[in-house]
Design a protein around this ligand. Sequence first.
Ligand SMILES: [Zn+2]
Length: 189
Amino acid sequence: MRKQSSKEKIRQFFLANIGNVVSSIEIRDAAGSDVSEWARRVRELREDEGWPILTNNDNAGLKPGQYLLKEAPPKRSAVSFSRNISAKLRAEVLDRNGFTCQMCGLTPGNIDPATGRLVRLHIGHIVDKSMGGKEELSNLRALCSTCNQGAKNITTMRPSTIWLLSQIRRAGQEEQRAVLDWLRKKFKE
Ligand SMILES: [Zn+2]
């Protein structure tokens, strides 16, 4: 049998402890590796694979060195890896998409209301790789972390003009003015 990698061991350890607070010492023992190694693996699970692992930075109930896998992580096939997308292709996608999440419309600099954190953009596949989607410009789009994890319940259809106008009419004066300011800046009038 192939020896399990430390990442696989950490994966199994967290899966066996969904909903339980675990300590850095327990993770280290499970991984059988030094601190820089397992900390990096935990970060990869969070950032690359979208595992909802909380730390004391996310949850005031946790102490430093405590971790909590809140719920079952997304299936691996549901996560798009952007590792092998070249920097050039990545830049092209971001530029084409105006540095805006193509599902929820948030942009870096915004705070994501779903997480309370600054928005980070990822490159996601339109047709998933597991379904034969290719790693090319036409099949890639910018998504924020939350949408990339499939965590926002938003339709992929683009909002229509009528819908947009109806939402703006419903908004307060201050919000309407903010939209106007944003449009003026965007179209430099
Ligand atoms: Zn989004």
